[in-house]
Design a protein around this ligand. Structure first.
Ligand SMILES: NC(=O)c1ccc[n+]([C@@H]2O[C@H](COP(=O)([O-])OP(=O)(O)OC[C@H]3O[C@@H](n4cnc5c(N)ncnc54)[C@H](O)[C@@H]3O)[C@@H](O)[C@H]2O)c1
Length: 325
């Protein structure tokens, strides 16, 4: 997602200098930024947000005036298998960025977080005032980072804005996330493993809409505020699966029901009226159109995702698939 935002910002604000500070974990991929790598306004620095000195150095040397924190371990299944790194990146990493924002007097930090911190809701929607009730190690680690953001604003008036977004989809998404995982499995002729009864509900936002929302928060939101970012487009996992199958002209025999994820939240739903009321922001991309474009992109770019799925990550994908049976 961070690569989409970098490209968006460079086009919309050609005078800005953007520093991409990324550890390049398994999910980081400089291929996604190939088209801007020679742009003089763009610079890549490899580094870990858990390394305080490296963070301070990049902020000081480049006279950074704002931070948008997209860096995270972001896959719930991995957080169940190996929570350690999630806690470090989400909590210690966010802490280092808050310290840098405070100590170097930056104008703004935007924390990119998730609706998963609120936990599951059967009916209605969470507002920004709802309390946190995270159920996976991923969500708990994100909640920890978000609590620190709040504490830094209350204690030090650090200029921080926190966003809680629903699920992203779009191009260049690592093929472990539901939509690209299912699309690429089907392109490979493999079945799609669907958790439990498939009735877990998620809300979906296209990467382009999420970029627009973060742009608004970076430039217009007052420090200390929290905003939900969503679309109202709620779908059961089985409904998304059927949409993908239909678009790819395949039948439901390609669905393989598998054991449910432990602690699997039933439904996420967020109320985004604050973002709309304050700034007139609304999602623009229609889900069915965005999904069609996403499927077409994965079909046309096997060179991007095949090495990720079949190279050094093959064991992970095999394990993820087998463990779901
Ligand atoms: N994917 C979603 O549906 C979703 C939904 C809501 C919020 N979010 C949040 O949005 C952000 C981006 O999510 P994504 O799906 O693009 O994630 P991703 O896993 O695809 O990418 C994460 C990026 O962060 C980098 N990174 C990881 N640890 C780092 C560290 N310690 N130091 C520096 N860089 C590091 C990786 O190299 C990679 O480039 C995350 O904060 C995530 O929690 C994601």
């Amino acid at each position: 997602m961070g690569s989409h935002f970098i490209k968006y910002i460079l086009v919309k604000y050609p005078g800005y200098k953007v520093i991409n500070f990324d550890k390049l974990t398994y999910a980081g991929n400089l291929e996604n930024l190939r088209e801007v790598e020679n742009n003089p306004q763009y610079k890549f620095v490899q580094g870990d947000i858990c390394d305080r000195e490296a963070v301070n150095k990049v902020v000081e040397e480049n006279k950074i005036d704002a931070i948008v924190n997209y860096a995270a371990e972001s896959h719930v299944d991995r957080s169940i298998m190996d929570p350690d790194v999630f806690l470090r990146t989400e909590i210690l990493g966010s802490f280092n960025l808050l310290e840098a924002t405070k100590n170097f007097n930056l104008k703004k930090m935007v924390q990119v977080s998730t609706d998963e911190v609120y936990g599951s809701i059967e009916e209605g929607s969470f507002t920004e005032d709802s309390s946190f009730s995270p159920n996976s190690p991923y969500a708990a680690a994100k909640a920890g980072g978000d609590h620190l953001c709040r504490a830094y604003f209350v204690t030090y008036k650090t200029p921080i804005v926190v966003s809680h977004s629903c699920n992203f989809y779009g191009t260049n998404q690592f093929p472990e996330k539901l939509i690209p995982f299912f699309i690429t499995n089907l392109i490979e002729g493999k079945k799609v493993p669907l958790y439990g009864d498939g009735k877990n509900v998620r809300e979906w936002i296209h990467t382009s809409d999420h970029c627009r929302a973060i742009d608004v928060l970076l430039h217009q939101a007052e420090a200390g505020n929290v905003y939900n970012i969503g679309t109202g487009k709620e779908l059961k996992n089985i409904e998304i699966t059927k949409l993908i199958l239909s678009e790819m002209e395949m039948g439901e025999e390609m669905i393989e029901p598998v054991k449910d994820r432990p602690g699997h939240d039933r439904r996420y739903s967020i109320d985004c009226s604050k973002l709309e009321n304050d700034f007139g922001w609304k999602a623009e991309k229609d889900f069915e159109t965005g999904l069609k474009e996403t499927i077409a992109w994965y079909k046309n770019n096997p060179d991007w995702w095949q090495p990720l799925k079949n190279g050094e990550h093959a064991e992970y994908f095999k394990k993820q698939y087998l463990e779901r049976k």
